[in-house]
Design a protein around this ligand. Structure first.
Ligand SMILES: [Zn+2]
Length: 90
């Protein structure tokens, strides 16, 4: 983020009148910030656990609605380990 701010600060410093509009620089900056935010959200998103199509569908509901015919918690070892990892079973 600091790199990005420095980059745009440099553009503003060196820009000659008529090269850029203030609005244009701001919207380019905003676009880059939004792209960075999207990228960091994608990185922070867990690859398994609640909200993902992982697990057997008994400990947390999967977005795809699938449920394994495994007997569920506490009969199934996968469901038990999902529960141990996330403590969500109610
Ligand atoms: Zn299971």
């Amino acid at each position: 983020m600091d790199e990005l701010i420095n980059k745009y600060a440099e553009i503003l410093k060196t820009a000659k009148v008529g090269d850029y509009t203030y609005q244009g620089i701001l919207s380019a900056f905003a676009r880059e910030v939004m792209a960075l935010e999207a990228a960091s959200k994608a990185l922070a998103k867990p690859t398994d656990g609640p909200g993902t199509n992982t697990g057997h569908g008994h400990v947390w509901p999967r977005p795809d609605g699938q449920k394994a015919r495994c007997g569920g918690f506490p009969k199934c070892n996968v469901c038990v380990s999902d529960y141990d990892a996330y403590k969500l079973f109610r």
